[in-house]
Design a protein around this ligand. Structure first.
Ligand SMILES: *[C@@H]1O[C@H](CO)[C@@H](O)[C@H](O)[C@H]1NC(C)=O
Length: 472
């Protein structure tokens, strides 16, 4: 009952929002702003990895994310696309619904797959810091760079004979984001390899004395050309353009700061592909031009709500008997009247939990049961007091395994968005994270306790330096 009405509340809230509300990213922002159409052309059909934030301008977590997100966009400039969709804009509502957006912000990483136009889309669950976002995206930048050795360099040079070959000689064992980005820009036009300094025969053959060094072999027996400029993406791209034209989405957002990719030597017919993702010159004009005639009202996907354990008995038998295995319980705040609207945090939480349960049901993967427990339930009240949870006017999510005698409390009371809640649920599924011992008296015959584990912190990142990805 309660969850159902909460979902309706979300739906009506979304539907009631004003049309074409201003987004939170300005025209000058490094974040690329999308609608459904440009998502298709610039993201889904790109050879680049992208991160896309679905947001609403009024959402506090979205506003809080903005500085980190813009910083990530700056840092990833030319290496990946960092984009945002304003789901408050009427034009985008159906699209946000299709993308399964249930809460704001919802952040997705879109990685090209082997099938063009059918990228892999996954929810970004990590910390909302620039560094965590950058790391997650960099990890997923496609790698089309051949790592050649003395043994196979000649063979590689002999393949696709007509195609120019760029070879990066480097002391590094890893393939940097920059060289991966260059290989993406010239995918199918210039083959890219990297050779380590210890491959002495190759190093001698190309007469390389300093690392890193970039050499291009083009057209049969002509002399290899050595790149001598700065090891930055833009000048290297300019150099490589003498040998072949980059692909349509070359340089991605870098285009805004870089020279426009004029097609000096179009070597193949340009497809109806997008040129460069540009921030709209004039947002209103753009909205008019892009708006499809039949803009439908917001379509919020119908997600079945989670079941409710309304009575103390049903709660005990489902989750608190000595035989009960893991349950997730949303202990709802007590409202003055049974049908009164829940606080928005509670609505968020129920929406997230319903979405998680729905996802698993659709995939057919096992997930422990998730229940809502109304605030007026006496067992719920005693759970709160014996576990030392918050007062009955706040929502609490806990996982409890009565058979094993542990519980775990959802600790981010300020964020009940899908990503955060799903991360917590997944950690429990994987057996990660600290479990507290259930105090006496909650379960009739508690069994042996589980040893305490280290307090995990999903948001915590290993201490690393700020990433520097704009180098070879
Ligand atoms: C992606 O790479 C292919 C070559 O594999 C190229 O033909 C295509 O134009 C690229 N797509 C974009 C949008 O640049």
């Amino acid at each position: 009952m309660l969850p159902q009405s909460s979902l309706l509340l979300v739906a009506s809230l979304l539907a009631a929002l004003p049309a074409n509300a201003d987004g939170i990213y300005t025209k000058k922002s490094p974040v690329l702003q999308l609608n459904q159409k440009t998502y298709g052309s610039l993201i889904a059909n790109s050879n680049y990895t992208s991160i896309v934030e679905f947001y609403a301008p009024w959402c506090g977590h979205c506003q809080n994310l903005k500085p980190a997100y813009e910083k990530a966009a700056q840092n990833l400039n030319g290496l990946a696309k960092v984009a945002a969709v304003n789901c408050d804009d009427d034009e985008n509502k159906p699209f946000c619904g299709q993308m399964g957006v249930q809460g704001f912000p919802t952040i997705k990483i879109v990685t090209p797959s082997k099938k063009p136009g059918k990228p892999r889309v996954e929810d970004y669950q990590g910390a909302r810091t620039a560094k965590a976002i950058i790391d997650a995206v960099v990890d997923r930048i496609p790698n089309h760079v051949k790592r050649a050795t003395d043994k196979d360099l000649d063979k590689w040079l002999g393949q696709n004979e007509e195609r120019p070959k760029a070879i990066l000689f480097t002391e590094k064992g890893t393939t940097t984001p920059l060289i991966r980005a260059l290989a993406i820009d010239f995918l199918g036009a210039i083959d890219v390899a990297q050779v380590r300094n210890k491959e002495t025969a190759s190093v001698e053959k190309f007469d390389v004395s300093e690392f890193p060094a970039l050499v291009v072999v083009s057209g049969g027996d002509s002399e290899p050309k050595v790149y001598e400029g700065e090891l930055k993406k833009q000048p290297i791209t300019e150099f490589l353009k003498q040998f072949a034209s980059p692909n349509p989405d070359a340089t991605g957002q870098a285009a805004s700061t870089a020279a426009k990719p004029k097609k000096s030597k179009p070597s193949k017919p340009a497809k109806a592909a997008p040129k460069v993702p540009v921030v709209p010159e004039d947002e209103e004009e753009n909205a008019d031009a892009e708006a499809t005639p039949e803009v439908k009202p917001a379509q919020v996907p119908v997600i079945p709500s989670i079941p409710t354990l309304a009575t103390p008995e049903s709660l005990e038998s489902a989750c608190l008997s000595s035989k009960s295995t893991t349950c997730v319980l949303a202990l709802l705040p007590a409202t003055s009247e049974p049908d009164a609207a829940l606080p928005s945090a509670a609505t968020d939480a129920l929406t997230s939990l319903a979405e998680i349960a729905h996802k698993h049901a659709q995939r057919g993967t096992h997930l422990f049961p998730i229940y809502g427990v109304p605030g007026a339930n006496s067992v719920s009240e005693s759970l709160r007091s014996s576990l030392g949870l918050g007062t009955s006017d706040v929502l609490e999510i806990i996982a409890v395994n009565a058979r094993r005698g542990w519980y775990r409390r959802y600790g981010q009371a300020e964020d009940f968005g899908l990503a955060a809640v799903e991360g917590w649920v997944d950690a429990i599924r994987l057996g990660e994270g600290a479990k507290e011992k259930l105090p006496e008296g909650i379960v009739a015959e508690p069994e042996a306790e589980k040893p305490k584990e280290e307090e995990p912190n999903k948001e915590e990142e290993p201490n690393k330096e700020e990433p520097e990805h704009d180098e070879l």
